[in-house]
Design a protein around this ligand. Structure first.
Ligand code: COA
Length: 259
């Protein structure tokens, strides 16, 4: 599909989504949200896709945040809708049964950092720049940043990053657990695709239950241990479970079907 603010291509059955507003450091405007929503719908519905990589066009930015030009005249009601829209999309990423990896190739600030945090994993170069600088603008993160930053790096570091609005580089982000893996900027997407391919070799339904169970840790009113029991039990009903166990005993590689 042809988009205005993102590019999509399929590489090795992985959907590569590139934020494509290089002159605005890939800032996330309303159209980006609409188009990202469609791209993620495609990930959910196209059964040939193994997962998705999200990255930014150019060498400078993954995404330098929500598009600040759209903040003009924003009132409380509009802000609620904007935040809800962003959060709904980012939940959809986080809850995807197929892996989504952010390949952070530069600035990941504000909504850009929140987008990266909503992906299952983040890889970046050492010089990438992460931060939640919203307090410089007189606001706070609205796309789940207060929650996911705390989940990923802990309360003390989340307070530090969100209260100071400071930027940290990729090496520091890796050190504190915000980034899963460091790589070279020019091969980040390839590395992300390799990660997704390695996950796609596992039983897909089991991967989906892993996603549900880990997300359950953070969902109010959901008993994550019970979610795990349910997922564990559901796995035993799959053909892939029988295949996985048989393949192990027969000392061969499992051939999973996602059934
Ligand atoms: N929203 C809208 N436009 C943005 C943007 C954003 N979040 N971030 C960068 N841009 C635009 C700039 O306005 C500029 O556009 P112009 O060339 O038409 O003037 C262009 O991207 C390049 O940015 P510029 O500020 O000139 O680059 P820089 O190298 O001097 O600074 C940053 C880079 C990332 C430090 C700086 O752009 C910045 O602070 N951006 C805002 C980050 C932010 O607060 N994000 C959270 C938003 S809630």
């Amino acid at each position: 599909m042809a988009y205005e603010t993102i590019l999509t291509e399929v590489q090795n059955s992985v959907l590569v989504i590139t934020l494509n507003r290089e002159d605005k450091l890939n800032a996330l405007n309303k159209t980006v949200f609409d188009e990202l929503t469609l791209a993620i719908d495609e990930l959910y519905t196209n059964h040939t896709l193994k997962g998705a990589v999200i990255t930014g066009k150019g060498t400078r930015a993954f995404a330098a945040g929500a598009d600040i030009s759209e903040f003009t005249g924003l009132d409380a009601e509009g802000a609620r809708k904007l935040a809800k829209r962003g959060q709904d999309l980012f939940f959809r990423l986080e809850r995807s049964p197929k892996p989504i990896v952010a390949a952070v190739n530069g600035f990941a600030l504000g909504g850009g950092c929140e987008l990266a945090m909503a992906c299952h994993m983040r890889i970046s170069g050492e010089t990438a720049k992460f931060g939640q600088p919203e307090v410089n603008l007189g606001i706070i993160p609205g796309y789940g940043g207060t929650q996911r930053m705390t989940q990923l790096v802990g309360k003390g570091r989340a307070f530090e990053l969100l209260m100071t609005g400071k930027m940290i580089n990729g090496a520091e982000a890796y050190r504190i657990g915000l980034v899963n893996q460091l790589g070279h900027n020019d091969t980040l997407v390839d590395t992300a695709i390799e990660i997704i391919e390695s996950i796609a070799a596992k039983a897909p339904l089991a991967i989906g239950y892993v996603v549900d169970s880990i997300n359950a840790v953070y969902e109010d009113g959901v008993d994550g241990y019970q979610t795990e029991i349910d997922g564990f039990a559901a796995c035993t009903l799959t053909t892939d479970f029988k295949e996985g166990a048989s393949a192990f005993l027969e000392k061969r590689k499992a051939n999973f079907q996602g059934k």
